[in-house]
Design a protein around this ligand. Structure first.
Ligand SMILES: *[C@@H]1O[C@H](CO)[C@@H](O)[C@H](O)[C@H]1NC(C)=O
Length: 491
């Protein structure tokens, strides 16, 4: 494949028709070896979502793989324990509380049983997954975060603080929530004039960078509600961009040139006037989703609709972004999950694991660095971000910062049982104006009695609501079973 490198700073131009012949530098990652797992290690018979939104549709952690699926009349995603490979039954329980399609999901980095979802129904929901996965459909989130007026396409947990979650909606707003209290703490509603394509936290979560349909990449200090740097036409093409923070504070972007070639670029986050480098890749039209490993400084690019994963090592020497290799298969990817480092098998020298979504299955892809020795390869595994948060939500909102708390993978990673997520809501009845009198019968002379009545009434309505919801879930399952029987008869 053709690569054109333009290094603006040193005016270092060149075209390299065959990168693999031009080995100019040593890298232990030059011979990363990618391999799809055996068929029986895939997750089969999954109806991957067809919603038109360029998110990854898949989220992975050391315990579960979650996949956004097609669901009639609502939105749902599957949560499978990693070992639950093979054919997934049609009636396998889903997370099904949204009333519109789910657009994005992300596991909490500090609790492997907590996952957030954003949906076309304009809400964000946070879910607690039982220890061994779902045995019945889960329609009751721990908390519903309401504040967006249009669909919510991005959810993104703070990397180092407990219970801080960001969401971005097609109302062009970013909201940062304290999940522990269910409150919208920061609202960035006047920074983006158009749809937000991507949001990424910096390594310690003090800054954000965003890519927007107005072709700008912005670096934002969310607590000061200030744009600290921005670049207009970071990529000149009209198709979607992505921007992510790297560990050293630089920003890596993907996008399209004016001639619709796919590009990648590297920028300083404090001054984005000129790129550190820009490289043109090819003329495919799938959005390039970047996945980043801060420990090895490798970026993996998965094009939506491509059938390959390309990876690059980023260093401080020109051309800064060094092409390493491409892993290709025959079938295009509908989405992709990326395992956090602590979920990898260090005994196999695994340095990355992807979960590639096909139309009807999810296929793990394992990247390894071949080594002869059986010993722990500490040069491949510098200490990596562990599950413990550095800060509590209140600390971050009041201005503290903290980098990730690192752990060694020397003896492998054993996940422990996390405490359950608890949401302690402030008494909303105290802060909101009282409901209008005509809705609730109030006995004027006996105020205390009336509030008791109100509570009773509320409880009754809630009970009724729950039973209706349960009935809908049961009907859904019944319909799915019937559909299956009908399809068998039809064959
Ligand atoms: C957090 O990162 C910013 C830059 O991204 C840096 O200026 C700051 O010193 C860091 N703070 C801590 C406590 O790590």
């Amino acid at each position: 494949f053709l690569v054109f490198i333009r290094n603006v700073k040193s005016a270092h131009y060149g075209t390299f028709p065959n990168m693999s012949r031009r080995v100019v530098r040593q890298s232990k990652f030059r011979h990363v070896f990618g391999q799809a797992v055996r068929n029986d290690q895939c997750y089969d018979d999954i109806r991957v979502s067809r919603v038109t939104w360029d998110s990854s549709f898949c989220a992975v952690n050391p315990k579960f793989v979650a996949i956004i699926i097609e669901a009639s009349g609502g939105g749902a995603f599957l949560v499978l324990p990693l070992h639950k490979t093979g054919r997934i039954d049609k009636v396998y329980p889903t997370v099904c509380g949204h009333t519109g399609p789910v657009l994005d999901i992300e596991w909490c980095p500090h609790n492997d049983h907590v996952i957030a979802s954003g949906s076309e129904d304009c809400t964000v929901m946070v879910w607690q997954i039982p220890e061994n996965g779902l045995e019945t459909p889960l329609s009751e989130p721990v908390v519903v975060l309401e504040g967006h007026s249009k669909r919510v396409g991005i959810v993104c947990w703070h990397p180092t603080t407990r219970n801080v979650l960001l969401s971005a909606g097609c109302d062009n707003q970013i909201i940062i929530w304290n999940v522990g209290t269910g409150e919208a703490m920061i609202n960035l509603d006047d920074m983006h004039p158009d749809v937000i394509f991507s949001v990424s936290w910096s390594r310690n979560g003090s800054l954000l960078c965003t890519a927007c349909k107005d072709k700008r990449v912005r670096v934002i200090d969310p607590r000061k509600k200030k744009i600290v740097a921005e670049k207009d036409k970071a990529h000149e093409g009209a198709r979607p961009m992505r921007a992510i923070f790297l560990a050293d504070g630089n920003i890596f972007t993907t996008g399209f040139s004016r001639m619709s070639e796919r590009q990648l670029a590297l920028w300083k986050s404090d001054n984005m006037d000129e790129p550190i480098c820009v490289q043109e890749m090819d003329t495919s039209n799938g959005v390039l989703l970047p996945f980043y490993d801060p420990d090895t400084n490798i970026v993996y690019l998965c094009g939506k609709g491509d059938s390959s994963i390309r990876y690059f090592e980023i260093t401080e020497e020109a051309p800064f972004v060094h092409y390493l290799n491409t892993f290709s298969t025959k079938e295009p990817q509908r989405g992709m999950g990326y395992m956090p480092k602590r979920g990898l098998d260090v005994n196999k020298c695994e340095i990355a694991r992807f979960y590639k979504l096909h139309e009807r299955k999810c296929e793990p892809i394992i990247m390894t660095v071949p080594r002869k020795s059986d010993l722990f390869q500490d040069d491949l595994y510098p200490d990596t971000a562990g599950p413990d948060p550095a800060l509590e939500a209140e600390e971050w909102f009041t201005g503290k910062n903290g980098g990730p708390i690192l752990i060694s993978l020397k003896d492998g990673y054993a996940s422990t049982k996390n405490r359950d997520l608890k949401v302690v809501k402030k008494n909303i009845l105290e802060s909101k104006p009282a409901p209008k009198a005509e809705h609730i019968p109030i006995v004027q002379k006996h105020a205390p009695q009336s509030s008791v009545k109100m509570e009773d009434k509320l409880e009754e309505v809630l009970r009724e609501f729950k039973s209706l919801r349960d009935r809908v879930i049961l009907q859904d399952r019944r319909i799915a079973r019937l559909e299956e029987q009908v399809s068998k008869v039809a064959m």
